[in-house]
Design a protein. Structure first.
Length: 478
């Protein structure tokens, strides 16, 4: 089990030997046999590749198409790029690239049809659904508003909120409604997963609602017919359901309160209840992930992972990362038998946890950070001095930019920091010695870092300690 620091957003396996990662801010790395190598660094973000008319295209967006407070704001242009570098910018492909921007990860790979939403920065009930067919070159927008789309067996479903409750909708290829099922009640501002589970001829979904005369938000698991949306069975829980997943073809696992509930797929009957020993915390974000014979329970409030075997549900391992304050950002992905979990430590700092299910009790190895010497601002020296030596240029970029921005935030004035260091004059000096740079690219990369730091510090409103001057980065190479 291994944690790679300073990396997020797993993209895909390009050539069966390298995995592609990104910081999400214009830097892209490969990870192969334990080494992390920088391959792209700038103001464009590689989203992934897609097959189009027999050729592999790369999908990009500019860095100014940014995420702010969890909402995507489209400010920059997007495009697809041929392998020879030529950009393809027809109207249809521009729309396709906006689809890429609608998700943190590219979802179009090797798929002809994509359902997504156009105005994805609005509330759930204000989404315009889009159906895009890459092979047929067709692009269709819905007239009605929907929730986020989910595709099962090429059929599209969405769940949206209204003053009446939550509605599950099945949609045809013309974006017309085939059927809809309304679960009545006051819809909660949900922090829970509402993914649809496929159990053959039926769907299972958990909906968080407050019933009439009830003081708390409970939740109900519904099993609906795929054909006509009629209710097959349902089961009510007095507290919120934070996630539900398929264990196998016969069982569903549900997390509510601090317990795991194992239900029969066919009738919703309770098979087993498991105490997790987690604290019952309102609005705690807990997610489930099932792979092979293991159930992973991710608890953001406690920064903890419980791993259960799915026969008797014994907890075979607990990973307690409370001291690191881990947050688990997205549902894990499995590539070539390894489980990849995005972990956030900090507003500016993300990592990837790699779990080998064939060696579930392997010791956790956390990648060591390079040593950066920090001299804080004082009355005698108003700037921040950051010194580093004897590291690769790839690690200098991967860790150095984050160290610079963190120190700007910690000492400067911004809405992130209510107690700035008033001695900080706004300047950060990065001194680099003995950098391993076999390709002679360190100077160009540091120039790019200067511009990127300027961009991010302006976007986040970083100022000097007294709030009068903007912050800036300068570097010295020895």
């Amino acid at each position: 089990m291994r944690l790679i620091r300073g990396i997020s957003e797993l993209h895909q396996d390009y050539d069966n030997s390298s995995l592609i990662y990104s910081t999400g801010k214009g830097a892209v790395y490969t990870v192969s046999e334990g080494s992390v190598n920088l391959v792209e660094y700038g103001f464009e973000r590689l989203l992934g590749t897609v097959s189009y008319q027999g050729e592999e295209l790369k999908a990009y967006k500019k860095i100014d198409a940014i995420e702010s407070l969890g909402k995507l704001i489209r400010k920059g242009s997007c495009w697809l790029e041929y392998s020879d570098g030529q950009r393809y910018e027809s109207d249809l492909v521009k729309k396709a690239s906006l689809i890429f921007c609608a998700h943190n990860k590219i979802k179009l790979l090797e798929k002809a049809v994509v359902y997504t939403v156009q105005n994805h920065f609005r509330d759930n009930e204000e989404l315009t659904l889009i159906r895009y067919d890459l092979n047929e070159n067709t692009y269709l927008e819905s007239e009605l508003k929907h929730g986020w789309p989910q595709v099962i067996d090429k059929d599209c479903y969405s769940v949206k909120s209204s003053i009446k409750g939550r509605t599950v909708v099945k949609i045809d290829e013309n974006l017309d409604i085939i059927w809809q099922f309304l679960a009545e009640g006051r819809a909660a501002q949900s922090v829970v997963s509402q993914n649809l589970l496929d159990i053959g001829d039926a769907l299972v979904i958990n909906l968080c609602l407050k019933r009439k005369r009830s003081k708390v938000f409970g939740a109900t698991i519904y099993c609906l017919s795929k054909e006509n949306g009629t209710e097959i069975w349902s089961r009510y829980f007095p507290m919120q359901i934070y996630d539900s997943q398929l264990l196998d073809e016969k069982r569903i696992v549900v997390y509510s309160e601090n317990k795991l509930f194992i239900l029969d797929n066919k009738n919703g009957e309770l098979i087993k209840t498991i105490e997790t020993e987690f604290d019952v915390v309102p609005r705690a974000v807990v997610s489930l992930f099932v792979y092979n014979d293991y159930l992973f329970v991710f608890n953001n409030e406690m920064s903890c992972i419980n791993i259960y075997e799915t026969d008797e549900f014994a907890c075979i391992r607990q990973i307690n990362a409370a001291e690191h304050k881990w947050l688990f950002m997205h549902r894990p992905e499995v590539i070539e038998g390894k489980i990849y979990v995005e972990v956030s430590h900090h507003r500016m700092y993300t990592s990837l946890l790699i779990i080998d299910p064939n060696n579930i009790n392997a010791p956790l190895i956390i990648e060591e950070e390079p040593s950066f010497s920090i001299t804080e601002p004082s009355k005698e020296q108003g700037h921040i001095l950051i010194e580093v030596e004897d590291i690769s240029v790839d690690d200098l970029i991967r860790f150095g930019e984050t160290v610079v921005l963190e120190n700007m935030r910690d000492h400067g004035k911004s809405f992130y920091n209510e107690t700035p260091n008033k001695s900080f004059n706004g300047q950060v000096i990065l001194t680099c010695r003995n950098i391993v740079d076999p390709h002679g690219k360190v100077k160009d990369l540091l120039e790019t870092m200067v511009e990127r730091v300027k961009y991010f510090s302006q976007k986040d409103g970083f100022r000097c300690g007294k709030g009068t001057n903007p912050v800036s980065l300068a570097y010295k190479l020895n």
